[in-house]
Design a protein around this ligand. Structure first.
Ligand code: HEC
Length: 159
């Protein structure tokens, strides 16, 4: 039991650090001008970033835990994950503004699996939103999926 708690602590630490780098800065300037499906998916991702940002503020104690807000954020992610997310990435949909990597279409199965996993995690997070204790591990699972996909399929971020 002690060991498990420690592992969660460490994972959470890593998660918060990664979360700061990943979700803290919304890169607006690079993306003005994006259009069509590229814009749609950026908007969806931005809403993911905002939802996750609020949740990590709760973990950091910047704002009080708010189960209703977590639930709402999980719902936003859930409704744009899975098939919906996959549909935002028609083959070759790249423009000057995109951070999507061509690897997406070289390994679309892996990409699709991560999109599906995100939906499963969002459903689990929604169900776990009642208390902060149940929220924590579900949040870690969710953000691990964000990171897994970004690492492989999104251009590396400098900020
Ligand atoms: C299945 C893959 C995948 C998953 C899962 C995923 N993302 Fe993304 N995300 C991408 C890709 C690809 C881009 C780049 C899109 C583009 O620029 O066209 C991106 C871009 C973003 C952006 C930048 C949006 C912008 O303004 O351009 C944010 C913020 C973001 N993701 C947050 C998240 C969060 C938070 C999660 C988890 C809750 C998540 N993403 C899950 C693939 C994914």
């Amino acid at each position: 039991m002690k060991k498990a708690t420690k592992t969660i602590g460490i994972t959470l630490g890593v998660c918060i650090v990664a979360g700061g780098a990943l979700f803290g800065a919304v890169q607006l300037q690079a993306h003005e001008g994006a259009m069509g499906v590229t814009k749609e998916r950026m908007d969806a991702m931005k809403s993911f970033g905002e939802a996750v940002g609020a949740m990590s503020d709760m973990i950091k104690g910047k704002i009080a835990y708010d189960g209703a807000r977590v639930k709402q954020g999980a719902e936003t992610i859930k409704t744009h994950a899975g098939e919906k997310l996959i549909a935002f990435f028609p083959e070759g949909s790249m423009d000057d503004h995109t951070e999507a990597l061509p690897a997406i279409w070289l390994d679309f199965e892996k990409f699709s699996n991560l999109a599906a996993e995100l939906q499963i995690n969002a459903v689990a997070l929604e169900a776990a939103s009642e208390s902060q204790d149940t929220f924590m591990p579900a949040f870690i699972d969710l953000t691990n999926t964000c990171t897994a996909c970004h690492t492989k399929f999104r251009e590396e971020q400098e900020d």
